[in-house]
Design a protein around this ligand. Structure first.
Ligand code: PLP
Length: 344
């Protein structure tokens, strides 16, 4: 009777799967021999196979652009990389080399951006979406970017108090966004997310506090459904609320140009993973198109901020110590064609 673990895998899943291969009984990851790495560097280690990052970005660009073409959608698709997902220089640089823009969450991210700017990897036209709670330091650095001439830096207000603080810090015209709070899944501890402004208050807030201040240019509405982009009733209900909010705001503020649906594309974290990315991208675009046509408004540029989708499938780790470490660093950025497994 066959009762090895590998037999169970064979009976339950299709294996090897994309990216994984067995050659002479040894596991290869995107053509790189894991045995070779273990022998050369020892364990534990973590590797990042950089070409996979570019593949992921290209795939998402294709799905959304195809969906836009199919639905005669007039806005653009903008892929932002969510830096907090992995801050390593080689990861962010790789994402940028595939034409992504960036989403930031803290003042440290702005330091990274300034460094990348010095290296010529970020330009003053790169779109920088500043999400997250705005500490004094974070706000100061966002203002600094604006003063330096980063013309697509957008400060997304996470709550209403941030407006006053931002307003007092600058006299220069500045692009802003608003984050709409979503309702959380019924099983969570809170009902409405503490991140973002409640939909019931958002339009009033815009009309009373933002519209009269001419230097504040509202460019983006952002919402993020925490549990990810899933083909569930819950996701589509939250998504629809976001679209309705966009329509209301757009009618009050014609210069609002962007709808940012955050991150949330899932990744293959088990062998039974199934997800139809192209279908989801198409449904997202089709729904936005439909509501804009019905309401007679211009389609927004569509932004996503995929974090784990961008990097999650490019990494692997070997946790147990198999051989006394020969490697000076546990992190092995791989930027090699698969036929050259040595990462040095
Ligand atoms: C505002 C925002 N955007 C994007 C992301 C990235 O999400 P994911 O890694 O699921 O794509 C997060 C994650 O928490 C987030 O809070």
């Amino acid at each position: 009777m066959k009762n090895n673990f590998s037999d169970l895998i064979d009976q339950t899943y299709y294996f090897p799967q994309e990216g994984f291969d067995l050659r002479n009984g040894y596991l290869h990851f995107h053509g790189v021999s894991i045995k070779h790495l273990i022998e050369e560097h020892g364990t534990p280690f973590k590797l990042i196979y950089l070409p996979k990052i570019g593949d992921q970005i290209k795939r998402a660009n294709n799905w959304f652009k195809k969906a836009m073409k199919k639905n005669s959608y007039k806005g653009n698709y903008q892929y932002c990389y969510c830096t907090k997902c992995c801050h390593f220089q080689h990861v962010i640089s790789e994402a940028l080399s595939h034409g992504t823009h960036l989403e930031t969450s803290s003042s440290f991210d702005i330091d990274l951006i300034l460094k990348l700017y010095e290296e010529g990897k970020v330009s003053k036209s790169t779109i920088l979406v500043h999400n997250g709670y705005k500490t004094e330091d974070y706000l100061q650095k966002i203002i600094q970017l604006n003063k330096m001439g980063f013309k697509n830096s957008i400060a997304v207000l996470d709550n209403m108090r941030e407006l006053d603080r931002l307003n007092k810090m600058t006299r220069k015209s500045i692009k802003i966004g608003l984050r709409m709070a979503t309702d959380l899944q019924p099983q969570s501890d809170y009902y409405t997310s503490r991140l973002g402004i409640r939909p019931s208050e958002l339009l009033k807030f815009y009309k009373k506090e933002i519209a009269p201040k001419k230097k504040l240019k509202l460019k983006m509405l952002h919402f993020f459904v925490d549990s990810g982009i899933k083909d569930t009733l819950y996701y589509w209900e939250e998504f629809q609320k976001g679209l309705n909010m966009f329509v209301e705001l757009k009618k009050a503020c014609p210069e609002l140009k962007a709808l940012n649906i955050g991150g949330g594309f899932p990744i293959r974290n088990n062998l039974g993973f199934e997800y139809d990315y192209a279908y989801m991208a198409d449904e997202i675009v089709r729904n936005i198109k439909e509501i804009c046509t019905n309401e007679g408004i211009e389609e927004p540029d569509l932004f996503t901020e995929f974090g784990k989708y961008t990097v999650g499938e490019s990494g692997a780790s070997k946790s147990s110590t198999w051989r006394a470490g020969a490697s000076s660093s546990p992190f092995l950025p791989l930027h090699l064609p698969p036929s050259q497994p040595s990462p040095s």
